[in-house]
Design a protein around this ligand. Structure first.
Ligand code: SF4
Ligand code: SF4
Length: 336
């Protein structure tokens, strides 16, 4: 059974102190001969509930190797994080200026490597940001959130969706064919204004062009009528979750790995949301584990206890990752 260590926080201000304690563990996990990519989400310009740089810095500094970086890939939708140079600017402006920043899939997200999967259900190979191959170890530092399409953003999503190149992200998101419920749609145009890809026309009702849509899910979040629906009936949500798990498998393949997940400022939507959000549950603490399946399972068990309410059943990604041999859903929680 995998161990998951829980460092509780009573209030958000304690998190920095806890991060320093955790850095003793991460420092011991990796040696000076390892090359370590620390995968995180740097947050958006207007969000303020993403990981705080003062939480990540001691963990990054605990890595004794000279070859280390803070890493992420470009995103699919329009905005500053869609390109490497502006993504790095966002990261620095958000305070992540203490380490080397590597946007692993290059300036426009097209530099990737195909990593073969032995037992994938959806993919024989996955497209991972090319520069990840230069590192033999991965430390995934995750801010746990809800997510409009995937239900949760945990460790599996951080490395799976996060390290897919643009082409990889498209492959995962294409699980969706979003539909507009015409009887609910008031043709207000909010979805059209917010769509980063100009995939929506409004003419009596909204219509989504599936050839242009990248499946980012923004129209679902912004529609005041709840008229944009994910067609659950065709099991596309399960498909997305399984695809993310397969990408995570590829991104972590043949690497020494370790996982840290912050259950602090848990919000309804993920850190790609470019606005301020309120936390939905009281802060819990920080989890540390060698097992990405166990840490996600422990995270959902703990947030559910506090009343976290996802709009989506999110268990399929964790079950699929277990089937892929990435870890175990059964775990022992060790309170520190
Ligand atoms: S999911 Fe919605 S907002 Fe996102 S690209 Fe598709 S139509 Fe546009
Ligand atoms: S935001 Fe909703 S109600 Fe408004 S046009 Fe789009 S689908 Fe219709």
């Amino acid at each position: 059974m995998s161990k998951v260590f829980l460092y509780s926080v009573e209030k958000e201000e304690d998190t920095e102190k806890i991060a320093k304690k955790i850095s003793e563990k991460t420092g011991k996990k990796f040696s000076e001969d390892d090359s370590v990519a620390l995968k995180l989400h740097f947050g958006e310009r207007r969000s303020d509930t993403h990981l705080k740089p003062e939480w990540v810095e001691p963990i990054y500094e605990s890595l004794e190797t000279d070859k280390k970086c803070l890493t992420d890939c470009t995103v699919l939708y329009k905005g500053d994080r869609a390109f490497a140079d502006t993504h790095r600017e966002v990261a620095r402006d958000n305070g992540f200026d203490f380490g080397k920043i590597v946007i692993a899939d290059g300036q426009d997200g097209r530099e990737d490597i195909n990593i073969p999967l032995e037992n994938g259900k959806h993919f024989e190979t996955v497209k991972i940001g090319e520069k990840i191959a230069e590192y033999d170890s991965m430390l995934a530092v995750t801010h746990f959130t809800g997510h409009v399409a995937n239900g949760i953003g945990g460790a599996l999503k951080n490395v799976g969706m996060g390290l897919g190149s643009k082409g990889g992200k498209l492959e995962m998101h294409n699980a969706f064919n979003l539909k507009v419920n015409r009887s609910r749609c008031t043709a207000c145009g909010t979805c059209k204004v917010n769509c980063p890809e100009d995939a929506i026309t409004v003419n009596g009702h909204a219509e989504i062009d599936h050839d242009v849509c990248v499946g980012c899910g923004k129209c679902i979040s912004v529609c005041p009528e709840g008229a944009v629906k994910i067609p659950w009936g065709d099991s596309s949500a399960i498909g997305l979750q399984e695809k993310i798990a397969e990408y995570a498998r590829g991104a972590l393949k043949n690497k020494k790995t370790y996982f840290v997940t912050f259950l602090v400022n848990v919000t309804k939507d993920c850190d790609c949301t470019n606005r301020k959000q309120e936390k939905t549950i009281e802060d819990i603490g920080v989890l540390v584990s060698e097992d990405p399946v166990a840490i996600d399972q422990a995270a959902v068990d703990l947030v559910e206890e506090k009343g976290f309410d996802s709009r989506i059943n999110y268990t399929e990604q964790i079950k699929h990752a277990e089937k892929l041999g990435m870890g175990q859903r059964e775990y022992e929680l060790v309170e520190m």
